[in-house]
Design a protein around this ligand. Sequence first.
Ligand SMILES: Cc1cc2nc3c(=O)[nH]c(=O)nc-3n(C[C@H](O)[C@H](O)[C@H](O)COP(=O)(O)OP(=O)(O)OC[C@H]3O[C@@H](n4cnc5c(N)ncnc54)[C@H](O)[C@@H]3O)c2cc1C
Length: 433
Amino acid sequence: MTLPGVRGRLTPDYPLGKDSWFRCGGSVDVLFEPADLDDLSEFLKSFDDPVMVLGGLANTIIRDGGIRGCVIRLGKAFSAIEVSGTKIRVGAGALNGSVASAAAKNGIGGLEFLSGIPGSVGGALRMNAGAYGAEVKDVLVEAEAINHNARIHKLIPDNMGMTYRHIDVPDDYIFTGATFEGLEEKFNNIFKKRIKRDSYFKIKSGIFGTKEEIDSSLFGDNQEDKELEQTKALIEEQKKKEQARKKNFLNYRKNSITNLEKSSFLFEDSYLNFLKKSNRYEFELIDYQFLNGEFVYKITFAPKRKEDYKGTLYINTDDFAIVRLDYENVKALRNFRLLGISFNEYLRKGTFIYSKNILFYLTTIFLKSLLPTFKIFTSSSPKISFCKSSTETSSILTPLCFIFLLASPPLSAIFSSIKISTSTSGTWKFQIY
Ligand SMILES: Cc1cc2nc3c(=O)[nH]c(=O)nc-3n(C[C@H](O)[C@H](O)[C@H](O)COP(=O)(O)OP(=O)(O)OC[C@H]3O[C@@H](n4cnc5c(N)ncnc54)[C@H](O)[C@@H]3O)c2cc1C
């Protein structure tokens, strides 16, 4: 017999009988303990004599005459045990007892039966070993083997013809490792795969039988996880919608306020042009009253002919600041008809309430020093008689008007037309109806 070069251990004339469970029997011509899978593979490729694989020798009695040829034993190099989640991957040389305790330590249920079976995983695979009502087939996920031509095979239980203490796998296959899964996990997976939610299944055991209803709760974590994921996705979606809504709402409010601001009578193109084009309106002082602690003139204005708005001005009797303006349209704003569709906008009504701010007072002090002698003219509307001809009115000029004053002659004309608007400086408060 020619022995190839190997990295593992080759022992000629090894007394194998003493290692067997029954401590009897002769020697083997050569015992080979490979260093790893590659070593085993190289050996198988180059060794032509008969080989036999043995494990823990718990199911083998060696005759006194010993064994001719080579016996391969998978030692420490094939004894690794790795746990990954509910699965456990083991080398074929690992002892069944060690696998059972590793599974128990890692909370993998269903492999306890292995603790009652002496020998190695390789031997247990070869005979579908079993105990206490369970067998290798129940917990096996996959097995790896190498044949005498050094070809590697991956095997699953369905293809191994596993029956009671028997498998249909060629004799020359040497198991090198296996992956097991806890019986409970395996059962759960089979259960989830084969049984429909909200159905029934029958359990038959001897003379007893029962009918179990399968409700969704039996699908446990899986269902909960799905629901959790769905809920998270829903919350995310709603958050996004809410953010978009807030953004749109903010833009909408900004636009509304900007439009409202533009509609102030301060601006030339405002539809509230009762001051800029005061000759087109009738003004009438109808009352004096207290408004928010201030004594005010109450002046109504209404269009003489074509203008669109009427309203009421509340003007501080002390500094002539407009403190409030109520307005509403006098005729339909828009009339649109096309192809049987008509659109009418009838009402635009609102109230502006003004208040002063600190900037206003600082400006007035500055303007007072600059413009001590200015005379303020009354409005072009003869009915407005509340405007005093006094330098005091400079105290109601705004920075805006100040710029107008410096930039645009003739001053008196501008001043006359802006005399009320100048008194509206301050922080604007909008009330939208
Ligand atoms: C006290 C006692 C109690 C037992 N109780 C049980 C029990 O409850 N249930 C049960 O099923 N068995 C039981 N057995 C039998 C024995 O434990 C099993 O058959 C065990 O699987 C043998 O494994 P082993 O590694 O010792 O195999 P070995 O005895 O070394 O070999 C057995 C067979 O397996 C083959 N083999 C070994 N390793 C490999 C491998 N890596 N690849 C391919 N083939 C290989 C061998 O070629 C041989 O044909 C018991 C044995 C004893 C002594």
